[in-house]
Design a protein around this ligand. Structure first.
Ligand SMILES: Cc1ncc(COP(=O)(O)O)c(C=O)c1O
Length: 484
């Protein structure tokens, strides 16, 4: 399922390639090769895609064909392109490296560490009263066996009401409660992606989704998000048409890690293109409750679905608390039944007591969620101010929701920076963790889920180690550009 990046698309991605630094010293072909390498390094151009033929790209860029031929030759020599006569040229990495996702992306209990690796809030004050109320209401269930593979009815009703409030009529039969959103994703993948199936993902994306997909041995194709603009409608829809993946996994609300919000028009077009390509869409709505600054969230992607192509997943972890381990799937009622049958072979059902805690928290959503948003907006503002003050050469786009900021560094040093940061007590999620192929070294994810004082302290320490990286004169990042 090799997809092709057309000349006009590559030209758009390249933008002002000829104005890159060093242009005066470099001939055109070298500048063009350098710009294509840059797109690969940033994950904007996926690995394993076929590049436009030389003549087509030359026309799109309004340069001579000789320039493109020489640029492609240089990319072949540096290992960034592989060509076969008559079949075209594919993007690659030097040495044929690939990154395996370790899947180990979990917070660690080191109390001295400022953990910016984990993008989740501590529990809200309402958790303890909700837990006490849940214990009080447990008596309603104790006369039964306690196994509810699709979830207890009162939680399914509450979740279904949440969808209806967002403009998507939903019956409780369309909801299955899971032990977290990650569990929901894993179950959906087990049911819908046979081993080795082609799957389309955003790049960057949520690392544990990558882990779930590699467990299914999925063949992954990526759509590179632009740091400023988010999804490129033309490339995304073309990717669906060309690769016809079995499934596409997207995070349209305040995407983890970039914070982008997918506009309504693109939601509608993605659903139509997915249907035409025979692709099922798994829509991860983990952050949908967390718009900031009064940002309006477009209708759920499933609103545009007339062919049961869309499976939505979500959960309690981001607006409420990850320790609850409560998530859900919204799908057609027959699909929910098939998921429940599959789930019985995995974990039978989710704990009744935890589901009751979720019911009590959801009943207080109107108080809890606005407070979480205010807290996140304040913490985000503190983080943004600290980065602008301490690390002014980093590029940041202020997200309008969610819990993460995707910072563009001043060099391809993300892995080296993360390793150095650990030594001064800051745990970071380096850029390559969010991609499939060892790229994204110029980015780092900074969550704003910790108190402002911790975030400010962490950024000061990061600024100090960033300075040290430049002054040790050791090319540390080179050793870690490729994770294996
Ligand atoms: C996009 C996304 N999906 C799923 C999850 C996992 O959520 P849960 O704790 O509900 O399993 C996360 C947590 O960070 C996430 O960011």
């Amino acid at each position: 399922m090799t997809s092709t990046v057309r000349g006009s698309q590559l030209a758009r991605l390249l933008g002002h390639w000829h104005a890159l630094p060093g242009r005066r010293r470099n001939p055109d072909y070298a500048a063009l090769a350098g710009a294509i390498r840059g797109l690969l390094a940033d994950g904007r151009l996926p690995l394993g895609v076929r590049l436009a033929a030389e003549r087509e790209l030359a026309e799109a860029l309004k340069v001579s064909r000789t320039t493109v031929t020489a640029a492609y030759r240089e990319l072949r020599e540096s290992g960034h392109l592989t060509s076969r006569r008559g079949a075209g040229s594919w993007t690659t990495l030097p040495g044929g490296h690939k990154v395996a996702s370790s899947g180990l992306w979990t917070p660690q209990d080191d109390l001295d560490m400022i953990d910016l690796g984990c993008a989740a809030l501590a529990a809200p004050p309402e958790l303890m009263p909700a837990a006490a109320a849940a214990a009080q209401s447990l008596h309603r269930y104790v006369s039964g066996a306690g196994y509810h593979p699709t979830g207890i009815i009162e939680l399914r009703e509450a979740v279904a009401r949440g969808y209806a409030d967002r403009g998507l009529p939903t019956s409780p039969d369309q909801i299955m409660v899971t032990s977290g959103t990650q569990h929901a994703l894993d179950l959906v993948l087990r049911l819908m992606t046979p081993p080795g199936a082609p799957v389309l993902l955003e790049s960057p994306t949520y690392p544990n989704a990558l882990a779930a997909l590699s467990a299914r041995r999925a063949r992954i194709a990526t759509h590179g998000l632009d740091n400023d603009e988010g999804w490129d409608a033309d490339l995304l829809l073309d990717g669906l048409r060309q690769t016809r993946p079995r499934l596409a996994y997207l995070i349209p609300e305040f995407q983890n890690p970039t914070g982008h919000l997918m506009p309504a028009v693109l939601r509608e077009r993605v659903v139509a293109a997915a249907h035409a390509a025979g692709t099922d869409l798994v829509i991860d709505e983990s952050f949908v409750d967390l718009p900031l600054d009064g940002t309006e969230v477009p209708p759920p992607v499933a609103c545009y679905d007339r062919h049961s192509r869309v499976v939505s997943i979500g959960g309690m972890s981001k607006p409420y608390w990850g320790g609850l381990r409560i998530g859900w799937v919204r799908a057609s009622a027959p699909l929910v039944q098939r998921l429940a049958a599959l789930r019985v072979g995995v974990d039978m059902a989710s704990p009744v007591l935890d589901q009751l805690v979720a019911v009590h928290l959801l009943a207080r959503a109107a108080t809890i969620v606005p407070a979480r948003r205010r807290q996140l907006a304040d913490q985000r503002d503190a983080l943004v101010a600290a980065v602008r003050r301490e690390l002014p050469e980093w590029g940041i786009r202020v997200p309008r929701g969610g819990v993460t900021l995707w910072a563009e560094l001043d060099g391809p040093v993300s892995s080296a920076l993360s390793r150095a940061a650990e030594e001064v007590g800051v745990r970071l999620a380096p850029g390559p963790r969010f991609g499939v192929d060892g790229t994204l070294e110029r980015f780092v994810r900074l969550p704003f889920t910790l108190p402002a004082s911790d975030l400010e302290d962490a950024v000061k320490r990061l600024a100090a180690v960033r300075y040290d990286l430049d002054h040790t004169r050791r090319p540390q990042w080179r050793e870690h550009t490729i994770l294996t």
